[in-house]
Design a protein around this ligand. Structure first.
Ligand SMILES: [Zn+2]
Length: 317
């Protein structure tokens, strides 16, 4: 089995994944030449480890919310054609999770989840929220760096003639992620302590807060598939007024609707003169990298983009 904790989220979903699985049939394990990556973030890891001649195809491109992704006939076709499927795990991929698990268990295709070793061997390094693992581990650059060696080992097994290249890239990539980690620590430390409060649409930034010393509050839980609770909106509005938080952050894969609602609530509590007391402080990339020209096309550029947006907005009050 690929995943251990809390199966209720995907077991409760209707039969689309099982229909899609039936369509997969019994493909040959060794067919296909490319890697299929479920999200932009795991695709970025695979692309930086492999040489350019091994194509890495993304199932979910930039801007797609993995929590609410629905497997389709196209998903099945991509799985059938891949040599290896690299997924994230910890239920980030929502309804795709069941399909990935069955694909691997029935030996239709090899599936590697980049968070699997953490879940099975180092669960104390993971966050939990509402009895589920928080999947957004990439926001802790040190933790994300630790997904590289097991992935590199799997890629070297599947593409043995590229093992030297993969090993070199592994070492370079880890050193770049560690450099980013130190940079993040320094930049957040430079924000005045009372202003280190991050309000966002959904709870994607818990690892960022834990690793770098930001207090994180979100309107929605760790999955965007969950309902938005009116009481959590009210509580957050109260907190923003009491602690004089003046900025909330939009997310690239989430509708701005709930943050607009929060802003209206804060305005109502603060009085009519507080038109500008709570503003939206720029867009963060949360569950997907940015598209071409966004300045957030890779993991490193996405993290640095977010750091600039957060540091700029919070430092200026
Ligand atoms: Zn998320």
């Amino acid at each position: 089995m690929l995943m251990g904790i809390n199966r209720r989220h995907f077991l409760a979903t209707p039969g689309l994944a099982s229909v899609a699985l039936a369509e997969l049939g019994c493909a040959n394990w060794e067919q296909g030449d490319h890697v299929l990556a479920t999200t932009t973030l795991v695709g970025d890891l695979a692309r930086h480890l492999l040489p350019p001649e091994v194509p890495v195809i993304l199932l979910m491109g930039p801007g797609i919310d993995p929590h609410t992704y629905e497997p389709t006939a196209r998903t099945v076709a991509h799985i059938r054609q891949a040599r290896l499927i690299v997924g994230h795990g910890l239920h980030l991929e929502g309804r795709l999770t069941q399909l990935l698990e069955a694909t691997h268990e029935q030996a239709i295709r090899r599936v590697f989840l980049v968070t699997r070793h953490l879940e099975t061997a180092q669960p104390d390094r993971l966050r939990q929220s509402d009895c589920q693992w928080d999947p957004h581990i990439w926001f802790d650059a040190e933790l994300w760096s630790d997904t590289i060696p097991p992935l590199a080992m799997t890629l070297a097994e599947v593409y043995p003639r590229h093992s030297g290249h993969i090993e070199e890239n592994k070492n370079f990539l880890r050193s770049e992620f560690k450099k980013l980690h130190r940079e993040m620590l320094e930049r957040v430390k430079a924000i005045p302590p009372a202003r280190r409060i991050l309000i966002t649409s959904h709870d994607a930034f818990g690892y960022l807060g834990r690793a770098y010393g930001l207090e994180v509050h979100a309107i929605q839980g760790i999955s965007t598939a969950a309902e938005v609770s009116e009481s959590s909106l009210r509580e957050l509005a109260n907190l923003a007024v009491e602690r004089e938080v003046s900025v909330g952050f939009l997310e690239s894969t989430v509708s701005p609707r709930t943050l607009e609602k929060l802003r209206a609530l804060i305005k109502a509590r603060s009085g009519s003169t507080a038109e500008t007391s709570f503003r939206l402080g720029g867009e963060l990339f949360s569950d997907s990298l940015g598209g071409a020209g966004s300045g957030a096309e890779t993991y490193l550029s996405m993290m640095r983009h977010n750091l600039e947006v957060i540091s700029g907005a919070l430092s200026n009050g």
